[in-house]
Design a protein around this ligand. Sequence first.
Ligand code: NAD
Length: 486
Amino acid sequence: MKTLLPNDVWNERLFTGSWEMGELPITPVNSPSNGQHLGALANAGADQVERSALKAAIAQRDWYALPYDDRAKVMRKAAAIAEQYQEEIAEWIVKESGSTHPKASFETSISIKSLHEACALPSRSQGEVLPSVAGRLSIARRRPLGVIGVISPFNFPLYLAMRAVAPALATGNAVVLKPDPRTAVCGGYVIARIFELAGLPAGVLHVLPGGADAGVALTSSPNVAMIQFTGSTAAGRKVGEAAGRHLKKVSLELGGKNSLIILDDADLDLAIANATWGVYLHQGQICMSTGRVLVQRGIYDAFLKRLVAKAQSLTVGDPTTAQVHLGPLINAAQRDNALRIVEASRAAGAKVETGGSAEGLFFQPTVISGVLRGNPAFNEEIFAPVAVVVPFDTDEEAVQLANDTEYGLSAAVLSRDTGRALRLGEQLRTGLLHINDQTVNDEVINPFGGVGASGNGTSIGGAANWEEFTQWQWLTLKGEAPAYPL
Ligand code: NAD
């Protein structure tokens, strides 16, 4: 049977047209679940990034000049190919990123959804006719920016790249994608192959796996008009600074410390189900993961006891060979950082109720209580399966605790009294707010973005993509040039 990623060519094909493979350092691709050697990839450096950006800038002109329906056809074909190979793609997400099968299937289908949404972008109205003086046609129209540099992270590698690549291409831009080198196959090579098979003209999309140096080169390239960055706040600050220096448009989707607020009238079974999902899904490696579980005093003891029991019932292991709830963390650095935060929080007076340790990259589902403001577990994004449970007395106190962070990505409130939950929610400083749900939600067509240290609030999603990946031009047209009196 034909495969999307034939093993014998999966190095060379990716880079066709950019450079010769021989010049680049090759790194192995190993599974975080069991160390299995999956293949090898070439890592791009600054030179390759610049060459690709230049080629992309040239190719973009012809791509945008195509009839709009030709661009839509490529997007439709890309969606069909992704659907055809969705099981193989999901398998790669499991193998390369340590995802469980349900998470990988969800990620594949939401990525296909973003391709479907992109199919409709080329045929949208691209501007408006403005009122003007007699005899002059005055038009505001949106035009592509040129080359978009997309820098993506490891945790939802396919979707977080596709949600930018698909609309950027559909609106007439070329793209240079730099996936995280830890997930360069499912976050990069898969996308390159989908668009290659869909007939995207050569040079319009370049996929260059590489580390921070490649990202820095992309951010400073004169041929790149905009950077769409998804990753940590620390790296995002550097990207934002560099983009400002080079006067590029920049969209930053960064980290979070997201509160799930559970009011004392909430259904306890549903509260446990929501907290478990928000904290432990994909081992807590999601920007919207529930980083604080704020529980009203009246139900705090019962909730904590049940959450500890629930955490102890979750299975952890190799998702490539078993049906488990949690797979491995992505690498040792991520694990060690989580262990450091757990230890520092214990030293600062918190109690580790369960978990708190790791075997290899497999981190035990953990619950920490007694976490006060200022405790590292209260402040830092942990990016591991750690529930930080904090009691509160009044709704005002819950608001103060939830807003006590520089981040502002997602928040959620659980209560049987939706009016009360909404009143509370409206005081929270976040880009995403869910009443009677947990913090991890995305549907492709919603605006997505955070405030504060979670990003610059630029939205990816639905109609917002036109604003995101194009810029206004004012065009006027007269029958003949006026005779100016000067
Ligand atoms: P990271 O910032 O270390 O890496 C993300 C990407 O940026 C990678 O491709 C990396 O190679 C690149 N990079 C690193 N330094 C760079 C620099 N100076 N210039 C240009 N590129 C650079 O992030 P990570 O730790 O791998 O990912 C997890 C983080 O991403 C978490 O903080 C998480 O909350 C955040 N995240 C945010 C969203 C969102 O939509 N808001 C989604 C997923 C993850």
